[in-house]
Design a protein around this ligand. Structure first.
Ligand code: FMN
Length: 245
């Protein structure tokens, strides 16, 4: 196993940080790594906001469901899917942007996510740890007002980064043969594989929590996926220019 694979396979979300500030050189490297990610048709359709203002941090933490680590982390970033400068490019060249298409929404969102994951890996490679914050989509309109995010741009998720003050166990992933298939999509044997994974994960949680937690993955997913998640997103995205045409 080489160092890169070791780093990738030892990922875990970090939600507690030492008070130590992140050196600016490291911040620059993280952003350079983010910008080096692959990007659909070279559109580079994202903007990364670094939030330092204390009041804004406090407000975002509250809007994201009282996630205190947003206040505490040394570096908090918001990754936005951004088609604003593409509109500028069209105007510069006397054309009109074909706005509101689902495909543009997908490419901008994927671009933001690829940049973010590069940022996370780069941060981990220099001794930092972090966690994504999808909670900023709990109240996306207020987040946009607070951060001056215009039409054709939307906040996909935040990211807390800092020097770890916690060493959580690595979370056991699904068996590879459920997510990695040959030649065609197939589900034969997956029920048994899920059962086996459930049993392993249950043991893992029981062990980790000294018997306090006995969740299985299918149980957690059955609860999660039968609850409507952020139904406001469709209306919010439409208002923000992502009309899903
Ligand atoms: C897009 C995205 C949004 C997430 N949002 C949150 C969040 O709002 N709060 C949080 O504590 N963790 C959040 N997470 C972290 C996940 O819960 C975590 O990655 C997952 O449980 C697997 O754990 P691990 O990262 O430690 O392996 C998010 C992860 C992703 C990829």
């Amino acid at each position: 196993m080489n160092e890169t694979i070791k780093l990738l396979t030892s990922h875990r979300s970090i939600r507690k940080y030492r008070e130590k500030a992140i050196e600016e050189e490291k911040v620059s490297l993280i952003i350079e790594a983010a910008q080096s990610a692959s990007t659909s048709s070279f559109i580079q359709a994202y903007t990364i906001l670094r939030i330092e203002d204390r009041e804004k941090r406090n407000k975002i933490a509250e809007l994201a469901g009282n996630q205190i680590y947003i206040q505490e982390c040394p570096l908090f970033l918001v990754f936005c899917a951004d088609l604003n400068r593409h509109k500028m490019a069209c105007e510069m060249h006397g054309t009109e942007m074909a706005e509101g298409y689902t495909e543009s929404f997908i490419t901008a969102t994927v671009d933001a996510a690829l940049a973010a994951q590069n940022a996370m890996i780069a941060a981990e490679s220099v001794g930092l740890g972090g966690v994504y914050i999808g909670g900023i989509r709990n109240n996306p309109e207020e987040i946009c007002r607070l951060l001056n995010i215009p039409v054709n741009v939307y906040p996909v998720f935040g990211m807390c980064l800092g020097y770890p003050d916690d060493n959580p166990d690595k979370k056991l992933r699904l068996p590879a043969d459920i997510v990695f298939k040959k030649d065609e999509y197939a589900t034969e044997g997956d029920l048994e594989r899920l059962g086996k994974y459930d049993a392993e994960l249950k043991d893992y949680y029981l062990d980790r929590t000294k018997g306090m937690r006995a969740d299985t993955w299918t149980d957690m997913m059955a609860r999660h996926m039968s609850t409507v998640q952020r139904p406001h997103m469709k209306g919010f995205l439409e208002k923000h220019g992502f009309k899903m045409k």
